[in-house]
Design a protein. Structure first.
Length: 332
C-alpha cells in the first residue's frame, strides 16, 4: 500500500491505496473551513495548529494497516509553508518508525492525477487547473513534459470567488457559496461586469479587475445589498466563467487537443463544467472531469501521484525531503 498525506493549505487528509490495482483502501479528510470562515480566508497559524490536531487523529485510524505500507507520499510543494511542514514532519516520523521510504508530491501534479484515480494515466492531455491558489492551462505531451500555456497574472479563479463572498459577508470558501446563491438570482440582467481581457490576444488570466468591479457594485448597494447579493453573485460567476472560456477557446484553436481534463477545487463549478463540455464537443475532444468528491484538496490524489514515483523508484529518505512552498516545478 501507498500512504498519501495532504496538508498544503486548510485540509488535513490521509489516504491508502493498493499500489498494484489502485484500489482505494482508506480516505478521510478533515476540513478546516468552519474555523477559517469567520476570517473570510485561511489564517496560516490557525491552519498549522489544526493540522497538528487532525493529522495524528487520521493516522491513528489507519494503524491496523501500518505493516502493509510500502511508501509514504506527502505533499511538499507548493502551499503554505506552515501547513506543508505539518504533513511533511509527520510523514518523516512515520517513515523512520516503519522503515519505509518517502515520496515528494507536487500538489498541482496531485490535482492532475485526480483524473486518473482508478486508471493508468492517459497522455498527451490538455489540463485546466482551477483552485484557490492557481489558474493554469497546461499541455502534457506524450513524454509527460508539462508546458504552461496560460496562467493568471493576479488573483486565481477560486480566490476571486472567495474574495467576493467575503465582501458580501457570505463566509469561506466562497466558490460553492457564490455558485449556489447565483441560482436564486431574481434579475439576471441587473449587473453587468466587463469580461477581463476580452479581445486581447494574450493567453493570460486576470481576475483582480473583475473582483474590484464586484466590490464597487457591492459598495454601491447600501441598504439594498441583501436584496441584490444573488444578482451580484450571478453576474460575477457568469463573467468569471466567460473569462476562463474566452482564453480556453483561443488555446483550443492553437492546440490540437484530443483529450482535455479539468481539475482543482474550483472545477466543481457547474457553469464551467457545462461550458467546457460544450467546447470539447465543438472541437471533437474527449473530456475528463475530476470526480466532484475529489476536485478539492485530498490525499487520494497525492497517494495516486506518489504511486507513479514509487514505480519509478523516485523515493527519498527523511534527510532528503524538504518543503518548497513557492515551487514552480511541474513534472509528472
Ligand atoms: O483545490 P482546492 O481545494 O484548494 C487549493 O488548492 O486552492 O480549491 C479550493 C478553491 C476555493 O477557492 C473555492 O472557493 C473554490 O476552489 N471553489 C469554487 C467552487 N467550489 C470550490 N470556485 C468556483 N465555483 C465553485 N463551485
Ligand atoms: Zn489544491
Amino acid at each position: 500500500m501507498i500512504l498519501g498525506i495532504e496538508s498544503s493549505c486548510d485540509d488535513s487528509s490521509v489516504a491508502l491505496i493498493n499500489s498494484k490495482n489502485l484500489e482505494l483502501i482508506y480516505h478521510k479528510k478533515i476540513s478546516q473551513e468552519l474555523e477559517h470562515s469567520v476570517y473570510g480566508g485561511v489564517v496560516p497559524e490557525l491552519a498549522a495548529r489544526l493540522h497538528t490536531q487532525a493529522l495524528p487523529a487520521l493516522l491513528n485510524d489507519i494503524k491496523p494497516y501500518f505493516k502493509q505500507i510500502k511508501a509514504i507520499a506527502v505533499t511538499n510543494e507548493p502551499g503554505l509553508s506552515v501547513s506543508l511542514i505539518s504533513g511533511v514532519s509527520m510523514a518523516k516520523s512515520l517513515s523512520i518508525a516503519l522503515d519505509v521510504p518517502l515520496i515528494a508530491v507536487n500538489h498541482l501534479v496531485g490535482h492532475i492525477y485526480s483524473l486518473f484515480l482508478n486508471s493508468e494515466i492517459s497522455i498527451p492531455i490538455g489540463i485546466l487547473l482551477v483552485s484557490g491558489g492557481h489558474t493554469l492551462v497546461l499541455n502534457i505531451d506524450k513524454d509527460g513534459c508539462i508546458e504552461i500555456l496560460a496562467q493568471t497574472s493576479d488573483d486565481s479563479f477560486g480566490e476571486s470567488f472567495d474574495k467576493v463572498a467575503k465582501m458580501m459577508g457570505l463566509g469561506y470558501p466562497g466558490g460553492a457559496i457564490i455558485s449556489h446563491l447565483a441560482q436564486s438570482a431574481s434579475d439576471k440582467e441587473k449587473f453587468k461586469f466587463s469580461i477581463p481581457l476580452r479581445g486581447d490576444k494574450r493567453l493570460e488570466y486576470s481576475f483582480s479587475g473583475l473582483k474590484n468591479a464586484a466590490r464597487l457594485a457591492i459598495e454601491a448597494q447600501g441598504e439594498n445589498l441583501q436584496a441584490n447579493k444573488a444578482n451580484i453573485a450571478y453576474a460575477f460567476e457568469q463573467t468569471a466563467c466567460a473569462h476562463i472560456m474566452d482564453k480556453l477557446k483561443l488555446i483550443f484553436k492553437e492546440q490540437n487537443f484530443k483529450h482535455f481534463g479539468v481539475v482543482g477545487g474550483a472545477s466543481a463549478n457547474p457553469i464551467l463544467r457545462r461550458n467546457i463540455s460544450e467546447l470539447c464537443k465543438d472541437f471533437d475532444c474527449k473530456l475528463t472531469l475530476a470526480p466532484l468528491e475529489f476536485c478539492s484538496d485530498n490525499a487520494l490524489m497525492i497517494a495516486r501521484a506518489g504511486r507513479e514515483k514509487f514505480l519509478r523508484k523516485e523515493t527519498l529518505n527523511h534527510k532528503e525531503l524538504d518543503i518548497s512552498p513557492k515551487s514552480r516545478n511541474l513534472k509528472l
